[in-house]
Design a protein around this ligand. Structure first.
Ligand code: SF4
Length: 153
């Protein structure tokens, strides 16, 4: 049965930067979880960061992809390591689909914050999403969960 990589915060795990979660309640998701089809990761924790942690955003003004906290600390290596670990997990479980939290600097798939910590979003994708897509994995978010469900049914 097809397995799905999922953002840990969707399952109610308190792994967000602010210590919260992004619980996503959906009957199909519950069925997938009961059938052990979900492969769970928080890329930021997998990359060595802790909860709570300072908010971080991708810096769009740089040529290279750099992630900085709101105090200017460069946390790019942790984000890249988390992305690599997510990809390794996909390879280990034969995962071809991912359901990741929209707008996160790791997990976003169609939008991210603009790097100015101003709550403004722009089109873009997170570091983990970009790596997964570059390796042929289809990434969905809570906004197009129904499309994922349709594709897997
Ligand atoms: Fe959720 Fe992804 Fe942020 Fe972890 S990195 S808290 S899984 S959105």
């Amino acid at each position: 049965m097809e397995k799905i990589l999922i953002s840990s915060c969707f399952l109610g795990h308190k792994v967000r930067y602010d210590g919260g979660d992004n619980l996503l309640v959906n009957a199909t998701l519950k069925r997938w979880q009961a059938a052990e089809r979900l492969v769970v990761i928080c890329p930021e924790l997998a990359g060595g960061l802790s909860t709570p942690r300072p908010p971080a955003e991708i810096q769009l003004s740089n040529e290279n992809i750099i992630v900085k906290t709101n105090s200017g600390e460069d946390v790019t290596p942790a984000f890249e390591l988390g992305a690599q670990r997510a990809l390794s997990l996909c390879h280990a479980h034969g995962v071809r689909y991912a359901l990741l939290k929209e707008s996160s600097p790791s997990c976003g798939s169609s939008s991210i914050y603009n790097g100015e910590f101003s709550q403004h979003k722009v089109p873009g994708q997170g570091i983990t999403t970009a790596l997964l897509r570059a390796n042929g994995i289809k990434v969905f978010s809570e906004k197009n969960l129904l499309s994922l469900i349709a594709e897997l049914s």
